[in-house]
Design a protein around this ligand. Structure first.
Ligand code: ASP
Length: 437
């Protein structure tokens, strides 16, 4: 039988009603053998995630303040879930362990992990599945770095012995017994690790949206959902601001060639977005898969005659940015010019030092710093094959009266990146959406 690993996010497990929906999804397909669970998230926009309540408890306890009201809020969240689901679970005993931890030696990651721990134990009871504690299988080094090899070996061994199980997301432990967590949203990463160790044929990531949108819904009204996207396209769009999964969740499954399916717990009838290694044959003609962008960039243009024949000029300029701990985003070059596009917030503090070093070490004829830029990535494997796609991008922007300040056709050959003034950003996205959607 094929194995599907299913991960449910915080909103999908935020209440007993949501847990019932998740359980129905799990039980609808016997291949859904391994479930990775988040802590209860927000039930509505005014609500607080259990993980945030746990962090609050830790902050109060470590500051010597009274954490009881915050712990009571956590108690109330779980008590309601347990009661409404009708499962037998000794919540008082678990909360007593957490309380004495807070009183004696509060640890931040341990506290943060308890949301996933408790929710997974309750869910396992409700489903009749085995509970497998991530602390025994997801390994970290004592310094908090994740140990991928040992994790895979331990997870593989445990999963091979188990038919149906719930594994809490987000955390693991080092050999000294100390709990460590991934960064926020890290249950996605656990889901990916479990999918690899189970040799799953599919990793379903259940959330509260029906997949990844073609572009930002805050700019374009009701953009359509991307039905299929490759890992590489996803990476380009995520980097430019389209977020749907924790970044570190993609790498393990991508390496193993396991597709990810983003699905909506509230609309299980929707197919969601499939993230795959290669596009199916009938989709290879698709030109644009998605459009994403970000504001907040600055361009540093440096001009020097005969620059292109001066060996190492590019390395020197990049070296100056690197020495000042300022990563660059793009670097279009001309014959005697080079522009370095950087994040404005990162550049701001280092601006004077960088400019001074460029003047001193490179002796340029002209330097121009221009802030207030937005970058837009038009992403799709088809861009490279379709004749005239660049003309369509620039024609569309010209028709909308938008001046293109920078162009970069990524060498991955599946994106065209354009820089526009920040005030033109929304109009540019809107017009490109209308052209390519
Ligand atoms: N509960 C954790 C968080 O809120 C991890 C997760 O949900 O993925 O970040």
């Amino acid at each position: 039988m094929n194995t599907t690993v299913v991960k449910f996010g915080g909103t999908s497990l935020a209440s007993a009603a949501q847990i019932r929906k998740a359980a129905a999804i799990i039980k609808a397909n016997p291949s859904r053998r391994f479930v990775v669970a988040s802590a209860p998230g927000k039930r509505d926009s005014a609500d607080t995630k259990v993980t945030d309540l746990l962090y609050r408890c830790y902050d109060l306890a470590s500051g010597g303040k009274d954490f009881t009201p915050a712990l009571d809020q956590i108690r109330a969240r779980f008590a309601e879930i347990i009661e409404e689901l009708g499962v037998e679970f000794d919540l008082d005993k678990e909360l007593q362990i957490i309380r004495s931890h807070l009183e004696n030696d509060p640890q931040r990651d341990y506290m943060a992990s308890r949301g996933e721990y408790l929710n997974s134990r309750i869910l396992a009871k409700f489903l009749g599945f085995t509970f497998l504690d991530a602390a025994a299988m997801v390994c970290f080094f004592p310094n908090g770095r994740f140990d991928a090899n040992r994790t895979d070996a331990l997870l593989r061994a445990e999963l091979a012995k188990t038919e149906y199980a719930v594994v809490p997301g987000f955390y693991g432990a080092s050999d000294d017994g100390r709990i460590h967590t991934f960064s926020r949203g890290g249950s996605d990463v656990t889901g990916s690790l479990v999918a690899c160790a189970a040799d799953a044929s599919l990793y379903e990531n259940w959330t509260d949206v029906s997949g990844m949108l073609f572009t930002d819904p805050r700019i374009v009204k009701n953009p359509h959902t991307i039905s299929v996207i490759t890992y590489r396209e996803l990476r380009e769009l995520s980097y430019m601001g389209a977020t749907v999964l924790h970044e570190d969740a993609v790498f393990p499954v991508r390496k193993a060639g396991i597709p990810i399916n983003i699905r909506n717990t509230n609309r299980p009838e929707d197919n969601g977005t499939m993230i795959v290694p290669d596009l199916p044959a009938d989709m290879q003609k698709r030109i644009v898969t998605g459009i994403a962008g970000r504001k907040g960039f600055t361009s540093v243009l440096v001009e020097k005659s005969m620059m292109s024949t001066e060996v190492g000029f590019g390395a020197k300029i990049m070296g100056i940015f690197a020495a000042n701990n300022t990563p660059f985003e793009h670097c279009p070059t001309g014959i005697d010019t080079i522009s370095v596009i950087v994040n404005s917030a990162q550049f701001r503090e280092k601006k004077e030092a960088i400019l001074q070093q460029i003047r001193h070490e490179l002796q340029p004829e002209y330097i121009c710093v221009e802030g207030g830029l937005a970058m837009i990535a038009i992403v799709g494997h088809g861009l490279v094959y379709a004749k005239g796609s660049a003309a369509r991008v620039f024609g569309t922007l010209a028709k909308a009266g938008i001046n293109v300040r920078m162009i970069d056709q990524g060498s991955s050959e599946m994106n065209i990146i354009v820089g526009v003034a920040e005030e033109d950003y929304e109009a540019a996205i809107q017009s490109l959406y209308e052209e390519f959607c």
